[in-house]
Write a protein that binds this ligand. Structure first.
Ligand code: SF4
Length: 227
C-alpha cells in the first residue's frame, strides 16, 4: 500500500494498482514548464482574471437574479488537467468556489488517488451561476454561459480534460449520448483536440458509491492519455 491508500479508501476503493510510472510527470512536464518560462503563463493568469471579472458582472442569463456568488473556477493556470462539472450547488454559491462541500471532498480524494492535488489542476463548471434548487440547466443558460468555459479551456490549454457527469460531457462533446455511452473511451475536445475522458460526477458517487471503481478506471484512462 502506498501513501495514496487513504485517498483510495475515501473513494471507497480497497483494491488498486498504479501503472509503472515511477516519476510523477502528470503535473508540470516539459511543455507546461516551457509555457511557464516563456511568460505566457503570466499572460494567461491575467486573462483568466479579466475573464473572471467579466463573469462576476455577467447578466447574460436569468441566473444572475438568483445567484449568490459567481463560481468562475479555481486552480492552476498551468495545469495539465482540467476537471469540468455541471453547475454550482448551494455551498459553492455561498463561497464562490467550485466543488466545496462533500462532493468537493470526494473530488479531492479522486485527485489524490492519481497523485494530484487541487493546486495541480484547474476546476470549473459549465455554468458559473447556481440554478435555483439545483434544477437542470436550461439550454439558453448553457448557450449564454458556455463561452466562459471555452475561453477558460483556451487559456489553460489543458492536456487532458475530465468531464464529470452527463451534463458536462454532453456540452463539451456536443453530444446527446448518455454517460454510459460516453465513458470508458477517449474523446477529443473541439478544435483543440485535447483528449477528454468522461466520468461520474462526485455528487453522483456520493449517492452511488458502487460507481467509484468505474471512476477510478476513468482516471487511469485519463492518466494514460498524457504523454
Ligand atoms: S450562468 Fe453564466 S451566462 Fe448566466 S448570468 Fe451566470 S455567468 Fe452569466
Amino acid at each position: 500500500m502506498d501513501q495514496h491508500g487513504p485517498y483510495l479508501r475515501e473513494m471507497g476503493l480497497t483494491r488498486w494498482r498504479f501503472g509503472s510510472q515511477s516519476t510523477d510527470r502528470t503535473k508540470f512536464p516539459s511543455n507546461k514548464e516551457q509555457h511557464f518560462r516563456d511568460g505566457s503563463l503570466k499572460a494567461n493568469l491575467g486573462n483568466l482574471a479579466v475573464l473572471a471579472r467579466e463573469a462576476d458582472g455577467c447578466r447574460r442569463c436569468g441566473l444572475h437574479r438568483t445567484r449568490g456568488k459567481v463560481v468562475f473556477g479555481s486552480g492552476s493556470a498551468a495545469a495539465r488537467w482540467m476537471f469540468v462539472g455541471e453547475a454550482p450547488g448551494a455551498e459553492e454559491d455561498k463561497q464562490g468556489l467550485p466543488f466545496v462541500g462533500r462532493a468537493g471532498v470526494l473530488l479531492g480524494a479522486m485527485l489524490n488517488s492519481i497523485r494530484l492535488s487541487r493546486d495541480d489542476v484547474y476546476i470549473a463548471n459549465v455554468l458559473k451561476c447556481r440554478p435555483p434548487n439545483n434544477r437542470d440547466p436550461f439550454g439558453q443558460e448553457v448557450r449564454e454561459c458556455a463561452p466562459f468555459l471555452h475561453r477558460q479551456i483556451d487559456l489553460v490549454q489543458p492536456e487532458i480534460i475530465v468531464a464529470m457527469g452527463r451534463f458536462a460531457a454532453q456540452v463539451l462533446l456536443d453530444s446527446d449520448q448518455n454517460l454510459v455511452q460516453l465513458r470508458g473511451r477517449p474523446h477529443n475536445f473541439g478544435e483543440t483536440s485535447a483528449p477528454l475522458v468522461v466520468t461520474y460526477h462526485p455528487a453522483y458517487l456520493l449517492r452511488s458509491p458502487a460507481a467509484k471503481s468505474k471512476t477510478w478506471e476513468d482516471l487511469l484512462l485519463a492518466r494514460s492519455l498524457l504523454t
